[in-house]
Design a binder for this molecule. Structure first.
Ligand code: GLN
Length: 484
């Protein structure tokens, strides 16, 4: 058995047939992490002892109960901005270097009820700000398809860990594309739910009106299995809605007859890498072959999304990150008085990108500038939401590229922050509109680099993403695997 070939579905079948135990799965995962993570640096913390103990306990439980859920005993990893009780949660920032979580995030609590095995915490851009994991205070993660390239970000560690077969799935977060863009760069499935569908409680807040927990997995079916557990209302996150969660597995079919798919022309404008374009177009052709009706459409206001995002998010960042003051959490640098403690702690603890965004956000929301920036951005957000609302009166799904380019080389976008912000051009609009998205691998470029196709649905229509994503994946039948 090759651990790197397993999916959640196949591993769970092996567990049922008693061909493998949860402990053996955890051991295989640890072996693979030891084999490749020196090269990749996907993990900030490997939970060796904890995972073996938990897997042993799971095996005892399986024997006692004679049954288990689809995720029981499955090795997975968690982005290091999601709280797991008793474990580090650094958000890849020096300011939280020695912080240990005192409670479980709701998504972790829900997962623990079905006992998958947590293998460790994965790398990210500091607090989730970035597109490459180069903004991690603890060194970047590398792309398993080409070690001279970035894995994407901010959930780059989670994407690389799944792509390299270190774990069978990983949790990410997604504020502007952080689960979807790394999925595209690493050839795995990436998912962001509707805002309000899954709980944010216990996610280290970046932009509270945009954040959602995300999933990185090997197949769409696996993603739906994980989301089935994560989705739903949570009294600890008042932005979650009491809508019933459908049985997603019922929607996984292989025929898309009657499904209406829109292709927005704004997503195929100048700046899109021609090879990326070709792979997305091939995917769209597949959808037609599967019976979907594809039509061109327009989202005229989506061109404002990036500008709105890079005002709204920094404003929320400047508020959310004010809690790191040297008194309440993590790092505390000495000073002669309280103001100096704040100053010294925040100067030493935050990297360049958080500092930049705190300044932009403070400026854009301060008296005198609020109307010109924040208020305008919120107005643009309304227009973008209306665009999508109108579009979904006519189509079931929208199909687009995920990123204008494939995984880029280290250092390519570090000197100019704007060039990194442009990476979010296709993913950010979904967070601005609060709608869900799924990235499915579409193929490899001539150089052997993965390209993901982004599917977009209306609020709370995740089942349509899983349906179309699964059908596309089955018919493309890519079985991507990096050579590492
Ligand atoms: N690239 C986005 C940013 O830097 C990603 C944010 C996210 O989804 N965490 O803001």
């Amino acid at each position: 058995m090759d651990f790197t070939d397993l999916t959640i579905k196949s591993a769970s079948e092996l567990l049922s047939q008693k061909k493998v135990s949860a402990l053996e799965l955890a051991q295989m995962s640890l072996k693979r992490i030891k084999e490749v993570d020196d090269k990749l640096h996907a993990f900030l913390y490997v939970a060796e002892k904890e995972s073996l103990e938990s897997a042993k306990h799971t095996d005892e439980m399986i024997i006692a109960d004679h049954e288990h859920s689809a995720l029981t005993g499955i090795p997975y990893a968690v982005k290091d901005n999601i709280l797991v009780k008793g474990m580090q949660a650094t958000a890849a920032s020096k300011i939280l270097e020695n912080y240990k979580a005192t409670f479980d995030a709701t998504v972790i609590r829900k997962l623990k009820q079905v006992s998958p095995t947590m293998m460790g915490k994965t790398n990210l851009d500091e607090f989730g700000m970035g597109v490459s994991t180069e903004n991690s205070a603890f060194g970047p993660t590398k792309n398993p398809y080409d070690l001279s390239r970035v894995p994407g970000g901010s959930s780059g560690g989670s994407a690389a860990a799944v792509a390299a077969g270190e774990v069978l799935f990983a949790l990410g977060t997604d504020t502007g594309g952080s689960s979807r863009q790394p999925a595209s760069f690493c050839g795995v499935v990436g998912f962001k739910p509707t805002y309000g569908r899954a709980s944010r409680h216990g996610l280290i807040a970046l932009g509270s009106s945009l954040d959602q927990p995300g999933i990185l997995a090997k197949t769409v079916e696996d993603t739906a299995t994980i989301f089935q557990i994560m989705a739903g209302q949570d009294e600890l996150d008042t932005t979650t809605l009491p809508k019933p969660v459908p049985d997603y597995s019922k929607f996984l079919k292989e025929n898309l007859k009657g499904l209406k798919i829109g292709v927005p022309k704004e997503y195929f404008a100048a700046g899109l890498d021609p090879e990326v374009k070709t792979i997305i177009e091939q995917g769209i052709k597949k959808f037609e072959e599967l019976g979907a009706q594809v039509s061109e459409m327009s989202l005229p206001n989506v061109k404002y999304a990036l500008s709105a995002y890079y005002i709204i998010l920094p404003v929320e960042i400047s508020a959310n990150l004010s809690r790191y003051d040297g008194i309440r959490f993590g790092l505390s640098a000495p000073g002669k008085n309280l103001e100096e403690v704040y100053y010294n702690t925040r100067s030493a603890g935050f990297g360049a990108e958080p500092k930049r965004r705190i300044m932009i956000g403070t400026y854009a929301s301060s008296a005198g500038y609020y109307d010109a920036y924040y208020k305008k951005a919120k107005l643009a957000q309304g227009l973008i939401r209306d665009d999508f609302k109108k579009a979904f009166e006519k189509v079931d799904l929208i199909v687009t590229p995920t990123s204008p380019n494939v995984a880029f080389k280290f250092g390519e976008k570090t000197s100019n922050p704007l060039s990194a912000y442009l990476e979010d051009i296709f993913t950010g609009p979904l967070n601005i509109a609060g709608i869900p998205g799924l990235v499915v691998p579409g193929g490899l470029t001539k150089q052997g680099l993965p390209v993901g196709i982004q599917l977009i649905a209306n609020h709370f229509a995740e089942e349509k993403l899983f349906m179309a994503g699964h059908a596309l994946e089955q018919s493309l039948n890519l079985k991507l695997k990096p050579n590492i």
